[in-house]
Design a protein around this ligand. Structure first.
Ligand SMILES: Cc1cc2nc3c(=O)[nH]c(=O)nc-3n(C[C@H](O)[C@H](O)[C@H](O)COP(=O)(O)OP(=O)(O)OC[C@H]3O[C@@H](n4cnc5c(N)ncnc54)[C@H](O)[C@@H]3O)c2cc1C
Length: 390
């Protein structure tokens, strides 16, 4: 007799969302979480595209700001200003939202085992070993244990990650247009970038991710804040750090009766490292597949999870990997030239119309159709992009 139908490792937002859905369908669900408290420390900028409303539950009380657009800054200061008429993204209170998602899973009937660290797993037979607590058995194991996933390490080589740093900054006066996020690119950190995500007119989450050490990230962030006028006299209220997994198209997300989900499966957007929306979508996909496999007592049906994931995301993620490669190879001069050409070529209105934080292929297709990309990118890169739609 198994302890659970499904044992979920990790009570992050993705694991809790998956667990809630399974419990709502009547399955016996256990969530095994190593921390004593869900959601802390904060390791997120909390920006999520509006499609979250069709993907997961999100009560208004967890939205601290609604964002309509973005100011995109080139290294020497050319700014592309893009905006929608309706909010395009929400800034979340991630700590409270993570706690809420875990509570909802418990309300639906899941057991939440806090202070339980998984340190052993039998992927084929569905057994989990928990430090100081013995063995838990389940018909299906779901690894939603984040970027350094223990579960993934049993079926994949170690994941590649990049570091991220973020400050909560208070300027003491109204300096931000809170309808807009700011993104700053330069060749030292590209394909990473610096973000300024306002949570009010005087407070913002200012951060960056890049393939460099945490010490360097802090140095870059300090320089950025001290050189940018909008931060004159500002104070750093809190500092955060974290890791962002790099999307790996070769990652195995199913092995035996075990699947992995969210950051554990590197289900993040290659261009921005954002993992909330894609993680939630994959949690929905996985809950459909796992519940069917359990209902029909046929574990072969779990194979639909990687199939459905690839069907939905393969092209989008490949295209974003290509865009990331292009940005990663550009010098400051090339980035500046590209911004100027985009501005002159009418890209602001095109991005405002077709831009989507989460599905970037639509915009790229429009830019290819209009000839705008042909005018700014070298021939070889263009060929690479065009091949993606063959
Ligand atoms: C600085 C920063 C900014 C970000 N900004 C954004 C953003 O603006 N928008 C966005 O969409 N994404 C953003 N992300 C990414 C986003 O935070 C992640 O994609 C998201 O948290 C993934 O959720 P998850 O549930 O898969 O994993 P996690 O949130 O990492 O949760 C994993 C859980 O598993 C637990 N766990 C780990 N190992 C074990 C174990 N052995 N046993 C038991 N439990 C275990 C952990 O304690 C944790 O609670 C950002 C990330 C960083 C670092």
């Amino acid at each position: 007799m198994n302890d659970y139908d499904v044992a979920v490792v990790g009570a992050g937002p993705v694991g809790s969302s998956f667990a809630r859905q399974m419990a709502e369908k009547g399955f016996k669900v256990g969530i095994i979480e190593r921390k004593k408290e869900v959601g802390v420390p904060l390791q997120c900028a909390g920006l999520v595209g509006k499609k979250i409303m069709d993907t997961n539950i999100l009560p208004e009380e967890f939205i601290v700001n609604k964002v309509y657009g973005a100011y995109l800054h080139s290294p020497s200061g050319t700014v592309l200003s893009v905006a929608k008429k309706e909010p395009a993204a929400y800034v979340l209170d991630r700590v409270a939202y993570d706690k809420f998602l875990a509570e909802k899973a418990v309300d639906a009937g899941a057991d939440l085992l806090l202070n339980h660290r998984v340190n052993g797993i039998d992927i084929e037979n569905g057994e989990i070993h928990v430090k100081d607590h013995g063995t838990i058995s389940a018909k299906v194991i779901v690894g939603a244990d984040g970027h350094g996933s223990f579960v993934s390490s049993k079926m994949n080589p170690p994941s590649k990650t990049v570091q991220a740093a973020q400050y909560l900054v208070d300027t003491g006066s109204k300096v931000f247009n809170s309808d807009y996020v700011q993104l700053h690119v330069n060749s030292d950190i590209s394909p990473g970038f610096i973000w300024v995500i306002p949570i009010s007119e005087s407070r913002a989450r200012v951060g960056l991710f890049a393939d460099t050490s945490y010490k360097n990230l802090n140095h870059i962030l300090n320089e950025f804040i001290s050189n940018d006028k909008q931060f004159e006299g500002a104070s750093v209220v809190k500092k955060y750090q974290g890791f962002i997994p790099q999307y790996d198209p070769k990652k195995k997300i199913l092995c035996g009766r075990t699947i992995i989900l969210g950051d554990a499966a590197s289900q993040v957007k290659p261009t921005t490292g954002g993992g909330l929306l894609i993680g939630f979508k994959c949690a929905n996909m996985a809950s459909d597949v796992v519940s069917k496999a359990l209902d029909e007592e046929d574990m072969k049906l779990l194979q639909d999870y990687p199939k459905n994931y690839m069907k939905e995301y393969k092209n989008e993620l490949r295209m974003q990997l290509e865009v990331k490669k292009i940005f990663g190879a550009m010098t400051d001069e090339e980035l500046d030239r590209m911004f100027m050409k985009l501005k002159k070529g009418g890209a602001e209105s095109m991005i405002s119309e077709y831009g989507d934080m989460d599905t970037q292929s639509t915009l790229i297709k429009e830019m290819l159709k209009s000839g705008l990309l042909i005018s700014i990118l070298p021939g070889m890169i263009m060929k690479g992009l065009l091949n993606l739609w063959k």
